[in-house]
Design a protein around this ligand. Structure first.
Ligand code: UTP
Length: 299
């Protein structure tokens, strides 16, 4: 008789311990991932994306304002009871959904020493299994799933996978940028090098790193010796750059995302995200769109 072990399940790691300085004072006591996008905190969209890709185990790396996130994904019996008494099943469903979505684990980062440091804190939780790092201020439209393709490439190539998006060359200095080599699949590239926020004329491509990563355990020893970089923070991009450049280490591939993405980490993009998502909703779009047209005509 042959016994086959079930392959270990991919977990998600969501670093939510950043200081969110671009959103002060809103983020003084609230993590930026808890800011509402229409009527849900940004982080709930990201957890829903993980769940849609078959991930049930979510580790949040949290900072000093942990309570809001912990409470959002916990049940609130007194509120549920009130809504039950009132017979408001719709709101009850909304309240219960966030606490039933996934198994949420919380881990303190300690000091906010950068995204790379936050990811390194996940080591004992994820063990030897590949894991998805998902940033809470990057929203991927549920109609354009990205994670399943990244998981597929990780399995095929036994490699780390990052999500890339073509941006206007004038915008590349806002992002990490990838130098790449084509593969047989037009949506998949091999990553040769990464440059953090290059000037337009120094950028090796217009492919920007966006907030989804499928990493393997080989990232941890590299993160351990990655020195603080930009902003004096331990940068995940610096660690990935080292992995990509090392022929002895696993390969790094990129999946080029061509769908709808909303950046909620920046004030202007946050406003755009809310308008776009609300316009698409059946309960808000029909009233919002004609108002938007009138408003646009009046300014
Ligand atoms: P950002 O640099 O976008 O977030 O980090 P920030 O530092 O919170 O924002 P600003 O620039 O000051 O406004 C990318 C992601 O990494 C997390 C953040 O929460 C965000 O999701 N992060 C960053 C951590 O979890 N820990 C850190 O030490 C730094």
């Amino acid at each position: 008789m042959v016994f086959r072990m079930e392959p270990a399940k991919i977990k998600a790691v969501m670093p939510v311990a950043g200081l969110g300085t671009r959103f002060l004072p809103a983020t003084k006591a609230t993590p930026k991932e808890m800011l509402p996008v229409v009527d849900k905190p940004a982080i709930q969209y990201v957890v829903e994306e993980a769940v849609a890709a078959g991930i049930r185990d979510v580790l949040m790396i949290i900072g000093r304002n942990k309570n809001a996130i912990a409470n959002h994904f916990d049940s609130v019996p007194e509120l549920e009871e009130k809504l039950t008494q009132k017979g408001d099943d719709t709101k009850l469903g909304h309240v219960q959904r966030s606490s039933e979505l996934a198994d949420i684990h919380l881990l303190r980062q300690g000091e906010p020493k950068g995204l790379g440091h936050a990811v390194s804190r996940a080591q004992s939780h994820v063990g030897d299994t590949p894991f998805a790092v998902m940033l809470g201020d990057d929203l991927i439209d549920e109609r354009n799933p990205l994670l399943p393709k990244m998981i597929e490439v990780n399995e095929q190539k036994q490699a780390m996978v990052i999500a890339l998006m073509e941006v206007d060359p004038d915008q590349i200095s806002l992002y990490g940028c990838a130098s790449v080599e084509a593969t047989d699949d037009p949506d998949v590239v091999k990553v040769l090098d990464l440059v953090e926020k290059p000037a337009k004329e120094d950028a090796p491509s217009n492919l920007a790193i966006i907030g989804r990563y499928l990493l393997t355990k080989e990232i941890f020893p590299v993160l351990e010796h990655t020195a603080p970089g930009k902003g004096n923070e331990i940068q995940l991009t610096d660690a990935l750059k080292e992995v990509a450049a090392d022929p002895e280490n696993v390969d790094v591939y990129g999946v080029i995302f061509r769908g709808r993405r909303y950046d909620t980490g920046d004030k202007l993009d946050y406003i755009k995200a809310i308008v776009q998502l609300a316009s698409d909703r059946d309960d808000l779009g029909p009233d919002l769109k004609p108002w938007l047209k009138d408003f646009a005509a009046s300014i």
